[in-house]
Design a protein around this ligand. Structure first.
Ligand code: G
Ligand code: G
Ligand code: MN
Ligand code: NA
Length: 253
């Protein structure tokens, strides 16, 4: 069990770090971006995954601190990879409470600028379900983040019951098809139908599409044929620490 004092200490001692999972273009097989995924590396070496500590951070009002750390650390890694000739955009998960903070757009712009990263190189992922929770208030923050040049991605698309009217009002640039639809879709016509409808919507709203959780060549093949833009999943690579990313994308350059 994770306690509040544990997680406070983890934030203080920088034990929360991003790991990175590559995103690859179907067209040319090149890694174009990485998603930062929070990992808590405890002093005994154990790795704790986000579902075990993010709900607690949210409840205690500490989620914005996690988002800040993830953004800062991800920008640092991006600069290191660039020094090694590896150019990758960043996708960072933003916690729902961010959408309630009117200061967030200026704050995030400051963080990336301090690290020499252009907001246009950073995609902020927001889960579809958190959008629903705070749609009206979140809209202004999202619009201002977009005006500053950040990309905006709808994470877990298809699981959150957003209305199309609502989606059309938010200046998204990317849609991530949830892995629940991707998994086994080549053999399940109803999943395939949801993917086709998502791709059609994305085309009309001019959104980039990332398929999440691509695990098999059958899934890759089907998504490529349907015209999906970008793949993420174990077929390409698992999330890895920043220091191991260059090796993880070596086959995808
Ligand atoms: O990496 P993993 O599959 O364990 O992630 C589990 C869930 O935690 C995913 O839904 C992912 O979106 C979420 N998550 C991972 N990192 C972060 C983060 O830095 N901030 C937030 N808000 N969610 C994250
Ligand atoms: O932010 P989001 O909910 O999209 O987080 C994606 C989660 O899915 C991460 O926790 C990541 O570790 C996990 N993941 C990434 N690729 C795969 C995959 O191919 N299969 C499965 N089962 N999980 C994956
Ligand atoms: Mn995500
Ligand atoms: Na997701």
């Amino acid at each position: 069990e994770v306690g509040l004092e544990d997680i406070r200490a983890a934030l203080r001692e920088d034990e929360l770090q991003p790991w990175f999972q590559p995103q690859v273009e179907f067209g040319n097989g090149h890694a174009v971006s990485v998603e930062a995924l929070a990992r808590w590396q405890r002093r005994d070496g154990r790795i704790v995954r986000p579902l075990q500590f993010i709900p607690l951070l949210e409840r205690e009002g500490l989620a914005p601190q996690l988002t800040d750390r993830m953004l800062e650390q991800s920008c640092r890694w991006k600069r290191r990879w660039e020094d090694d000739g590896l150019h990758l955009k960043l996708s960072v998960n933003v916690s729902p409470s961010t959408l309630a903070d009117p200061a967030a757009p200026d704050h995030y712009q400051q963080i990336v600028q301090d690290h020499g990263v252009d907001p246009g190189e950073v995609m902020l992922e927001i889960t579809e379900s958190s959008l629903m929770a705070d749609a009206a208030r979140g809209l202004g923050v999202l619009a201002r983040l977009r005006l500053k040049g950040f990309g905006l991605s709808i994470d877990d698309f298809g699981t959150g019951y957003s209305s199309l009217a609502q989606l059309s009002r938010i200046p998204f640039t990317e849609l991530k098809i949830d892995q629940g639809f991707v998994s086994g879709a080549h053999a399940e016509p109803r999943k395939r139908a949801v993917i086709e409808a998502s791709l059609e919507l994305a085309r009309k709203l001019q959104l980039q599409v990332v398929a999440e959780g691509v695990e098999t060549t059958e899934e890759w093949q089907m998504l490529a044929e349907l015209g999906c833009g970008v793949a993420q999943g174990y077929l390409i690579a698992r999330p890895v620490p920043g220091a191991e990313l260059a090796a993880a994308v070596a086959r995808w350059r």
